[in-house]
Design a protein. Structure first.
Length: 135
């Protein structure tokens, strides 16, 4: 899929954001291998620790729908700074996506920058699930 189309979908998802505290609305669009796109927005809460980012909202929706093979993500925001994924989102994405997974981030100038997940999170924390451990 053309990154511009995925970015348009992220911008559309941003319209659903609930950001009464920061005023910083974020939308994400996650492209699956089968062509389906899952959208997410940030959902703030008065207890800031309970806030969920757009990237994780999209990813969790996709995983809940049985998807595990992802091709790209686009992220857009309502203002500055550019919406690079936070550390928590980077770590969660690394659970499902390889280091070369492309993330398209809309910059403050309205252009987009594409970065691989491995560049955003060079030292991913990994544990082997018990099913993958050797005896």
């Amino acid at each position: 899929m053309d990154p511009n189309k995925l970015i348009q979908m992220a911008r559309k998802a941003m319209e659903q954001a609930h950001a009464p505290y920061s005023g910083y609305k974020v939308g994400a669009a996650l492209l699956c291998a089968d062509g389906r796109v899952f959208k997410g927005c940030n959902i703030e809460n008065a207890s800031y620790g309970l806030t969920n980012c757009a990237e994780r909202t999209a990813l969790f929706s996709a995983v809940a729908a049985g998807k595990r093979d992802f091709k790209a993500m686009a992220i857009a925001a309502s203002g500055d700074p550019a919406p690079y994924p936070c550390g928590a989102c980077r770590q969660v994405l690394s659970e499902f996506c390889p280091p070369d997974f492309p993330i398209h981030v809309v910059t403050s100038a309205g252009e987009f920058e594409t970065l691989p997940l491995g560049e955003l999170l060079p030292y991913t924390f990994r544990l082997k699930p018990p099913s993958e451990s050797s005896d």
